[in-house]
Design a protein around this ligand. Structure first.
Ligand SMILES: NC(=O)c1ccc[n+]([C@@H]2O[C@H](COP(=O)([O-])OP(=O)(O)OC[C@H]3O[C@@H](n4cnc5c(N)ncnc54)[C@H](OP(=O)(O)O)[C@@H]3O)[C@@H](O)[C@H]2O)c1
Length: 289
């Protein structure tokens, strides 16, 4: 088993979590819709993650929908006391697998209820508001009504901490005027670095930055330079991509997704990979090429 403590911890909400965690989106069926191809393998991935020391799992009730949360409950409930589960609200799925905004106060309240019921818990550790002004990238627009709704649900004791996903720096500031923000989850990886300035400002405030698609998501990272470098380091390209993110900033928490125990173990082993300075320089240049 890899030693996750090698990559350190960062406080998420009110407790430290290992910087290498797990994202559960890949546990649903193809297109993040319906049941997984291999239910037992999905349970095994989650149990293996916990056995390896993972204490931060990212999910949503719109994965499946409901599928991922129910698998998490089946695999892990009663949950380890040190496990932080983070979910996100703001969308629903159509019968055709489409992703549709669900941002009204009623939608958000229903989303909290769905997560509580399907995860089998009474309070959610962290809820991210998944902003949908543009589904694929952050876009300016107000989020006060939605974030205020979540802040109300937090005051009612249904949510411990709040975060944001798919947001701009201005939206982070807008939300902070309503309630504390403990994490931001946006697209960021070796090949997509639009959030460099945001990561640094969140680090200054002690706020976690949790990149989604750390391995490229639906289009896994592909680069000859990455492959050659990984070979030189005796690691895999995915491990190098994760180690680069760990190195990028101490407030980065990783949630690589996989449906495979072998890939899970490979990804978690990135905690032990120390990148030499010349490798970091080479990786930093990848998007510039
Ligand atoms: N807030 C948002 O809008 C948002 C959006 C997307 C995702 N997320 C969250 O972020 C998490 C991470 O994103 P993601 O799962 O979409 O993408 P990802 O972690 O960038 O990559 C997952 C893809 O890489 C493959 N993979 C994983 N490990 C691998 C390895 N060692 N070697 C080769 N291929 C490997 C997976 O396939 P296998 O299953 O075959 O390993 C899967 O196709 C999600 O699980 C979800 O919790 C949030």
């Amino acid at each position: 088993m890899p030693d996750l403590s090698k990559a350190g911890t960062f406080t998420l909400g009110d407790r430290p979590v290992h910087r290498l965690g797990y994202g559960a989106m890949q546990l649903a069926g193809p297109g993040v819709f319906g049941p997984p191809k291999d239910h037992d393998q999905a349970l095994a991935v989650l149990r293996d993650a916990i056995a390896a020391g993972v204490d931060h799992i990212d999910t949503s009730d719109f994965y499946g929908p409901h599928v991922t949360n129910r698998i998490i409950r089946e695999a892990l409930s009663p949950y380890p006391a040190n496990l932080t589960i983070v979910t996100k609200l703001g969308a629903t799925r159509g019968d055709d697998a489409s992703w549709n905004p669900a941002q009204s106060p009623d939608d958000l309240k229903r989303g909290v209820d769905d997560n509580l019921r399907n995860l089998g818990i009474e309070t959610i550790d962290v809820v991210n508001l998944r902003v949908m002004h543009s589904p694929f990238a952050p876009a300016e627009g107000p989020i006060a009504e939605q974030f205020s709704t979540l802040a109300d649900l937090q005051r009612q004791g249904l949510i411990r901490h709040l975060g944001l996903s798919n947001v701009t720096a201005a939206q982070v500031r807008e939300a902070q005027g309503i309630a504390a923000v403990v994490c931001v989850q946006n697209l960021y990886n070796l090949a997509n670095r639009d959030d460099d300035a945001l990561i640094d400002s969140l680090a200054d405030e002690g706020i976690a930055y949790v990149p989604f698609f750390p391995l490229g998501g639906f289009n896994p990272l592909q680069s000859n330079r990455l492959n050659n470098l990984a070979e030189r380091l005796g690691a895999t390209p995915m491990q190098v991509a994760l180690a680069w993110l760990l190195r990028r900033s101490p407030n980065i928490l990783l949630i690589p997704g996989t449906s495979s125990v072998a890939h899970l173990r490979e990804n978690l082993a990135a905690a032990e990979l120390e990148l030499p300075e010349d490798a970091v320089t080479e990786l930093n240049a990848i998007t510039a090429s």
